[in-house]
Write a protein that binds this ligand. Structure first.
Ligand SMILES: *Cc1c(COP(=O)(O)O)cnc(C)c1O
Length: 390
């Protein structure tokens, strides 16, 4: 059991207050350090991004924008319009530009889809990323499909299909791999689900973590993007924040049938990208960048999977390894996630994510992101110390 001393308890109550104010997301590291200067944060294992991809993006940005003074153009002028950026991406995604909708982060695509296409009833699998039930319209009914603890919170296709057919919603959401448990639905199973659910109006597939998942020993990833050609009801939503490590520039997109894209663009979203996100999307279509990116993607996957293995060897905690860049961890009985988060932050400088606000989890859980190799070592050391010495 984790015990906090008097000093730690005082800081812990400040941490908990900030968490309460942040609702179903976590306070950012900037907020934490600004409001609680006593904290010495060494590792942010709360935010889910590939740090090597951020380094890569920064090196391009420095060389091509900062050193050449082109940054001024990117900031001074309007970025391209939504459908111009779609055209850039089309070749890269092997899909027509008419099927692509660019968002100011995936969150804007999620809102647009929930507000424009989802009508009476949506099925959301829990535990999940909260926006899918928080941002629905007031008159949309949300039905939860509980992912089962005994299956490590992974989705069982047959059981899911049966549930959906019984409930008859107009829309469903599948996050693949899922946040916060990292469980991945293989391409074959996804196709099975789509074949069974042809009558559902909207099948939303959120692939924000797909670059961390793989189907085979070569670490190949298979995106559902091209399934939009085959299944008219599929809407793929993709954030670039996590796998490219660029949450600050706000880049995401949706792929869906062309009538949906046209109806969204008809009355809005004209210049919703920033100059910097347009610069990113242009890089994303370049072979030289993609080759470099593939290297840091696989490097990070290898380190992440090795990190999960080390975590699984730690006594007293139950690790649910998946194919995302984070793991769900169940804490031993008698330990609350808020005490754990406070202890890790105050004593070891490691910021972890409580899952106390996540509906559909039975027990006390935290979510831990994989960071650089060095940072992961700090995390493992802290965990070993906490569960051996505390
Ligand atoms: C983080 C996250 C998003 C939001 O991504 P942005 O592009 O930063 O808006 C969407 N879906 C899931 C599942 C996420 O985890």
């Amino acid at each position: 059991m984790i015990k906090l001393n008097k000093e730690e308890l005082q800081l812990a109550s400040k941490i908990n207050q900030l968490k309460d104010e942040a609702g179903s997301h976590s306070p950012s590291i900037f907020t934490l350090v600004k409001k609680i200067p006593e904290l010495n944060v060494k590792v942010d294992a709360c935010f889910l991004s590939n740090p090597y991809a951020t380094d890569l993006f920064l090196s391009y940005l420095k060389e091509e924008l900062v050193n050449t003074n082109k940054l001024r153009d990117v900031l001074e002028f309007y970025p391209s319009q939504n459908n111009v950026i779609s055209e850039l991406l089309a070749k890269n995604l092997c899909i027509n530009k008419e099927n692509i909708f660019i968002g100011n982060g995936a969150i804007e695509v999620i809102q647009a889809v929930l507000h424009n296409f989802v009508s009476k009833k949506i099925i959301v699998n829990i535990p999940t990323f909260s926006s899918y039930y928080e941002f629905v319209k007031k008159d949309t009914e949300v039905v939860y499909y509980q992912l089962k603890k005994e299956n490590n919170y992974s989705l069982i296709p047959e059981d899911y299909v049966e549930f959906v057919k019984k409930e008859k919603p107009d829309s469903v959401v599948i996050i693949n791999p899922n946040n916060p448990d990292g469980q991945y639905i293989k391409y074959k199973n996804l196709r099975y689900i789509l074949n069974e659910l042809k009558d559902i109006k909207n099948i939303i597939i959120d692939e924000s973590f797909i670059h961390f998942a793989f189907e085979n020993n070569d670490y190949d990833l298979i995106s559902a993007t091209e399934l939009v050609k085959e299944y008219n009801n599929v809407i793929v939503i993709k954030s670039m924040s996590k796998d490219f490590g660029i949450a600050g520039i706000r880049a995401g997109y949706g792929v869906m049938n062309k009538y949906k894209v046209a109806s969204l663009l008809e009355n809005g979203y004209l210049w919703n990208s920033s100059g910097l996100s347009e610069y990113f999307f242009r890089l994303y279509t370049r072979q030289d960048f993609l080759e470099e990116y593939e290297k840091v993607r696989v490097k990070y996957i290898l380190e992440t999977q090795a990190f999960f293995k080390e975590l699984s060897a730690i006594n007293h905690i139950k690790v649910y390894p998946g194919l995302a860049n984070f793991v769900l961890i169940e804490l031993p009985e008698g330990t609350t996630s808020s005490d754990f988060v406070s202890k890790m932050l105050i004593k070891y400088g490691v910021y972890t994510r409580t899952c106390s606000d996540k509906i559909g989890l039975k027990g006390e859980y935290i979510r831990l992101a994989s960071r650089t190799k060095e940072e992961n070592t700090v995390i493992i050391k802290a965990l070993n110390d906490i569960f051996v010495n505390e």
